[in-house]
Design a protein around this ligand. Structure first.
Ligand code: NIG
Ligand code: FE
Length: 383
């Protein structure tokens, strides 16, 4: 079965060989997808025949968004916490424990239905690849079942037993690290590809993060980190030192952190929906890009620090608040997200890549930031 999308006003390929610009933009373009893979990219005038033809009528077509950071396995919400923050309260990661209690009390069916609802929401907004973390179970059984639920929706699942120390271990954080690196890891690992640690004051320190990431690596899990979200700290440096694919948040960075990321080639994943929802200052995407750091944009969709599933919203924030051009923001939400997941088969439209695409009801990618809040993604295709 082959699909031809033709009369594309602007095709974002993310292939620098196309036009020399960051997004590898082609105008008056066409693309053919066959058996789930991009087969051909070229000009509309030279488009080959296909089983199905879609006329884009001058609209923009982009690679599907790659959301490399989400926490979709949860129950309940924390709207009152958000309301209080907007009235001046500060964000406390301790709210995570509220969601842990609700998640533990939910059935597998309820958790699965919640993930399905949020994945559908993401898909409507153009996301075709996503990562999902555990981290609201924080017991052996609840972390394992969270990952089993997540695995029904994506292969990019991340074990985040080290989110916070749960209440029953409040007096014994070392015992909790033993649990995470022992029986919990054993139960979680068959359902996960990645391991993550929230390395932050009030969560896990550098030594604990090292221990947990090493235990994950020993059973084949790739490492990533939540770091420097609430203040400066050792997490970003640790991610660079360990050569991790990505370190996420990066809200508070020293120059030394920035240089370490650049030298290591570790992707800085920025999550501007978090700053929107916590009122922390937005990090500067410009500063990172100018320094030569690879930047990704992701949603961090979770009920506490950021309850948006929308990468178009994150793109608009990155352009308005983080000094990124529309092209840089779109690249960060597609090719950047792919880099953060160590993937080369998504985030770009070149022959051989997955046939994951989205169409905007707009002529160019710039409209994603220019028309914030407008549901511009009119169609997605996913392999
Ligand atoms: O990515 N930083 C830690 N974890 C989440 C917040 C989770 C919550 O508040 O429930 C985050 O922001
Ligand atoms: Fe997160």
């Amino acid at each position: 079965m082959s699909l031809l999308i033709t009369n594309i006003g602007e095709l974002v390929t993310n292939d620098p060989a196309e036009s020399g610009d960051l997004l590898g933009v082609r105008t008056d373009a066409a693309v053919v997808v066959s058996d789930g893979l991009v087969e051909w990219v070229g000009s509309a005038a030279e488009a080959p025949a296909a089983d199905e033809v879609v006329d884009a009528e001058g609209r923009a077509v982009l690679p599907g968004f790659v959301d490399s950071h989400s926490h979709l396995v949860f129950a309940g919400d924390r709207a009152l916490e958000f309301q209080a923050r907007m009235a001046g309260e500060s964000y406390a990661a301790g709210g995570i424990r509220t969601t842990v209690a609700a998640t533990r009390a939910a059935s597998d069916e309820q958790l699965t239905a919640g993930v399905a609802r949020h994945v559908a929401e993401m898909r409507r907004q153009g996301t075709t690849t996503l990562e999902i973390k555990s981290g609201y179970g924080l017991s052996v059984d609840d972390e394992a079942r969270s990952l089993k639920v997540a695995r029904q929706f994506t292969d990019e699942t991340t074990f985040l037993g080290a989110h916070v120390v749960p209440p029953e271990y409040a007096d014994d954080p070392a015992g909790y690290v033993d649990l995470v690196t022992g029986p919990m890891l054993e139960a979680a690992a068959p359902h996960a590809s990645w391991i993550d640690v929230f390395c932050e004051r009030g969560a896990f320190d550098e030594d604990q993060a090292r221990t947990i990431l090493a235990a994950g690596a020993a059973v084949g899990l790739k490492g990533r980190l939540h770091a420097n979200q609430l203040g400066e700290g050792p997490g970003v440096h640790l991610a660079a030192e360990l050569g991790l694919a990505a370190v996420d948040h990066c809200t508070y960075l020293t120059d030394d952190d920035v240089h370490a990321l650049r030298d290591a080639g570790t992707v800085a994943t920025l999550l501007p929906g978090v700053e929107f929802s916590t009122k922390h200052p937005y990090p500067s995407g410009r500063r990172l890009i100018e320094a030569g750091v690879t930047v990704a944009l992701a949603s961090d969709c979770n009920p506490g620090s950021c309850y948006t599933s929308s990468l178009p919203f994150c793109i608009a924030l990155a352009v308005r608040e983080m000094g990124m051009t529309p092209a840089e923001a779109v690249w960060a939400a597609t090719a950047g997200g792919a880099a953060a997941l160590g993937r080369t088969d998504v985030g770009r439209l070149v022959p051989g890549a997955r046939g994951d695409l989205l169409m905007l009801d707009a002529p160019t990618h710039v409209h994603l930031a220019y028309r914030p809040g407008v549901p511009l993604v009119v169609r997605t295709w996913s392999a």
